[in-house]
Write a protein that binds this ligand. Structure first.
Ligand code: MGD
Ligand code: MGD
Ligand code: MO
Length: 772
């Protein structure tokens, strides 16, 4: 058992060139047109693209970055184009496809190959002991789910997963269905993503979302981008940073890797971006060690406290602290106590940064009245992620940088509607207020017991406590940690069900019985109930707007997610259930009326969402400096330094995204900005570490992770690439390396898998796996 099963090593022959120091620009656009042409047929592809994020079009299924006020006809980014092409493809996975390929055969294919086969067009069923999926009617499919749910000892024997592309309307109905069925087992991709942000922000500011709007970025004096690679994962963010930059904003980047987009940006939307060197975005690059951010923010905070002691009132916003915050004294006391040498020794060990750079950054911080901190997975996927983000909040609170223009917290979300899904109640630990409102609106008593998150769901499946796994989108077995454990857990289920657009690994690693239910995606025209429907989404900055697909679906058997949930709910909950499921499926306005009555901030939902650009949800800290926390104030917190100490001869591995993938969907085998072509089995290692470990550039190695449970986790046959990452750190691509992430290695409080800090050692290459 030595390899991640979704790999196809035969296709993987990496070629390495020099990393780039700029992102986007002409090659990006040309590349995206090429991908679009290949995938969807040029005409259909370009027509589709022009519609993305336009006022009357669909929301880009790429990322959750907001659209801005002026959407150009051509404002698409390379990776948005790929996401659209992936979905709008004309290739189809039909019942004939499943007749040709057994599940066992499909399980030998790579995730890349599976995704390339096209859109799922018909509901299909894999019966116990069967070798192939066979077509099934929607009615029969719902009967099968109902049958297995009815056979459970308790409603908590089922788990209802959600990925982050699901619309507000579908998500609202889905969680209503799960709760009427009787469980809060609503794990979601957030559990593996920004859960640490939500946990930290809810505790400290009272709202688990970002507090800035686009204008705030433009007005900021300083933007700190920590643990994020926007050139690949949020390319439109670079346009916003460029605009801020032109207005005089300075940018500090904190990252173990020198990511191309953050160094220089060539704006493909402008002539200026087409020729010349592009805009230099980063003023100061801090090449930090993995997991060093807590120590870095503590260092800045301590220096600010000390400077203010020397010259009271010169640094801190004392009025803000007195009026709006709680816990300052305890925070300052802990941070400034203790031996100076020991404190700085920890900072050195954790960050690996020269003291001059920390000082230089501090000077920029002190010269800036308005500061925004942006972050993504580099901050959220470590054991001490929640303390790290709490410390970021401390940093901003010290100088009143929350709740005023040009300042605030900016966790940059991943999936295009992951934030909206949470707002709609996709959460295993819902608040009492939410459950009260939901129960009152629909006349039932929702379950109060907290449900399972992603990691707990895997354990429960492994231990036989969850027997039915239902997924609204996503690719659970590939996205989750500890691939072999998760796949085994999945196989122990009675029934696994996937509502999906594309074929993926989770369809071929199944429970005793399995269903694939084909859903319409964001780009597809939705004629549920015989009339054209639109859905709504919420972006990373709390802006809600409409999304209307325009592409003719490939088959009349594909259904909208709303229609699927409604049909299933009726079948499972029975004819007597008073919720008007059929009416909801025929008119999404009726769902929005209910959302308005249950979820705060959606007053006049149907009217406001029809206005161009939609509307912004209220955010108490941002709008009125009101902090709905336990203390009624913004909370300072005490977060002792944690240093990830790695034994001799080991490195800390982060698992991240290449430029040619969307999470577990692989678009191609290149990572252009990092200079990697035609392969994904690479591990990026600092040349000095490589020399110490005897890892020659271009040689092959096995990567073995270390975790105190005695289980061997190995990723075989990876090419070593000498790369300018921080000392002591390495990087390799997710999802293949999920085989190395131990299920039980999770963040404090948020329980997020520690995908960015896996202790690994290197062993001699055991060669290509047998099937190669
Ligand atoms: N094209 C494309 N777009 C996407 C996605 C995609 O796969 N493809 N995925 C979407 C999703 S769901 C998400 S969540 C986002 C993810 O967006 P990102 O968070 O940008 O994604 P990652 O590739 O995981 O990159 C993590 C970055 O953090 C850095 N980093 C890692 N550890 C640390 C650390 O300890 N400290 C600091 N300071 N930096 C660190 C890494 O070097 C890397 O630059 O993107 C979304 N958008
Ligand atoms: N090691 C490691 N693991 C990670 C991460 C990491 O950085 N490192 N990142 C984590 C993060 S941030 C995230 S968000 C998760 C992602 O976890 P998921 O969201 O579960 O995974 P995706 O790859 O985004 O899911 C892709 C599948 O979603 C389906 N799909 C796409 N669009 C639609 C749609 O509109 N409707 C429906 N019903 N289905 C659709 C398609 O069938 C496609 O195959 O992975 C996490 N896992
Ligand atoms: Mo994510």
């Amino acid at each position: 058992m030595s390899r991640a099963p979704q790999e196809d090593p035969r296709q993987d022959t990496p070629e390495i060139g020099a990393p780039k120091d700029s992102a986007a620009g002409v090659p990006a656009v040309v590349n995206s047109l090429r991908v679009v042409g290949r995938q969807a047929g040029a005409a259909r592809g370009v027509l589709t693209l022009l519609n993305v994020n336009q006022k009357k079009g669909f929301d880009c299924p790429g990322c959750a970055w907001p659209e801005g006020e002026h959407r150009h006809t051509a404002e698409f980014c390379e990776n948005g184009a790929k996401a659209v092409a992936e979905e709008a493809t004309r290739r189809a996975v039909t019942p004939e496809f499943f007749a040709r390929h057994s599940v066992a055969e499909l399980a030998e294919r790579s995730g890349y190959w599976l995704g390339q086969q096209g859109r799922l067009t018909h509901p299909v069923f894999l019966d116990e002991g069967a070798t192939h999926y066979v077509p099934v009617s929607w009615e029969r499919a719902f009967d099968l789910v109902a049958e297995e749910l009815a056979a459970l000892d308790s409603p908590d024997g089922a788990a209802f997963y959600t990925s982050g592309r699901t619309s507000n309307e579908a998500a609202f109905l889905y969680q209503l269905f799960a709760r009427k069925f009787g469980t809060n087992n609503l794990p979601d991709c957030s559990n593996m993503c920004h859960e640490s942000s939500g946990s930290a922000l809810t505790e400290t500011l009272g709202v688990g979302k970002g507090s800035v709007l686009l204008e705030d970025l433009y007005q900021a004096d300083l933007i700190i981008v920590a643990g994020q690679n926007p050139g690949t994962n949020h390319p439109r963010m670079l346009s916003a940073l460029e605009r801020a930059k032109r207005g005089g904003t300075r940018i500090i980047t904190v990252n173990p890797l020198p990511e191309a987009g953050l160094q220089r940006f060539k704006n493909p939307q402008k002539v200026r971006g087409v020729v010349g060197g592009g805009t230099r975005l980063t003023d100061l690059f801090l090449q930090i060690r993995l997991g060093g951010d807590l120590a870095l923010f503590r260092a800045w905070n301590r220096m600010m406290l000390e400077a203010d002691r020397r010259s009271p009132g010169s640094v801190l916003d004392r009025d803000f602290i007195a009026e709006y915050t709680h816990g300052f004294d305890a925070f300052a006391e802990e941070l400034c106590s203790g031996d100076d040498d020991a404190f700085w020794a920890d900072v050195d060990a954790a960050t690996g940064l020269p003291r001059e750079q920390i000082d230089e950054a501090l000077a920029m911080i002190l010269a800036s009245r308005r500061i925004v901190v942006c972050w993504a997975m580099g901050l959220t996927q470590h054991r001490h992620s929640v303390p790290t983000i709490r410390e970021v909040v401390n940093f901003l609170l010290l100088r009143g940088n929350v709740g005023r223009p040009g300042a605030g917290v900016c966790p940059v979300r991943g999936h295009s509607n992951v934030q909206g899904d949470r707002t709609m109640g996709i959460f295993e630990r819902p608040s009492e207020e939410f459950l009260d409102a939901l129960g009152a609106e629909f006349g039932f008593e929702p379950p109060r017991r907290h449900g399972y998150d992603t990691v707990r769901t895997i354990r429960a499946m492994r231990d036989g406590r969850v027997r039915v796994f239902f997924a609204m989108g996503g690719n659970f077995v590939a996205a989750s940690p500890d691939t072999l454990v998760t796949e085994d857990a999945m196989r122990r289920c009675r029934l696994t069900v996937h509502v999906s657009t594309k074929l993926n690994r989770s369809h071929v690693v199944t429970g005793a019985r399995a269903l694939i239910l084909p859903a319409l995606g964001r780009t597809d025209r939705d004629l549920s109930g015989g009339v054209e429907q639109f859905v709504t989404v919420e972006d990373s900055m709390g802006m809600v707007h409409a999304s209307r697909g325009s592409v003719q679906p490939l088959s009349d058997q594909m259904r909208s997610e709303v229609a699927i949930v409604a049909g299933l709910a009726r079948r499972v909950l029975g004819e007597d259930d008073p919720v008007p499921w059929e009416e909801f499926a025929g008119n999404y306005d009726l769902i929005r009326d209910r959302i308005e009555r249950v979820v705060p901030g959606f007053a006049d939902f149907n009217a406001r969402v029809r206005r161009p650009g939609g509307f912004t949800l209220p955010h108490a800290p941002r709008d009125e400096r009101r902090f709905p926390t336990a203390t009624g104030r913004a909370n300072f917190t005490v977060n002792p330094t944690q240093v990830l100490r790695v034994p001799e001869g080991r490195l800390l591995l982060q698992t991240l995204r290449s430029h040619d993938q969307y999470n577990t969907t692989i678009y191609g085998l290149d990572d252009r900005y990092r200079g990697v072509r035609n392969g994904r089995r690479v591990v990026l290692v600092n040349p000095e570490d490589a020399a110490e470990l005897g890892l020659a550039d271009g040689s092959y190695t096995d990567i073995v992770s270390e975790w105190p449970d005695g289980v061997e986790r190995r990723a075989a046959h990876y090419m070593v690439v000498h790369y300018p990452t921080a000392r002591g750190c390495a990087a390799a691509y997710y999802p293949e390396t999920n085989v190395l992430v131990p299920l039980d290695s999770t963040a404090e409080v948020s329980n997020t898998p520690t995908s960015k800090s896996v202790v690994v050692r290197f062993e001699p290459d055991s060669g290509l796996p047998a099937s190669a």
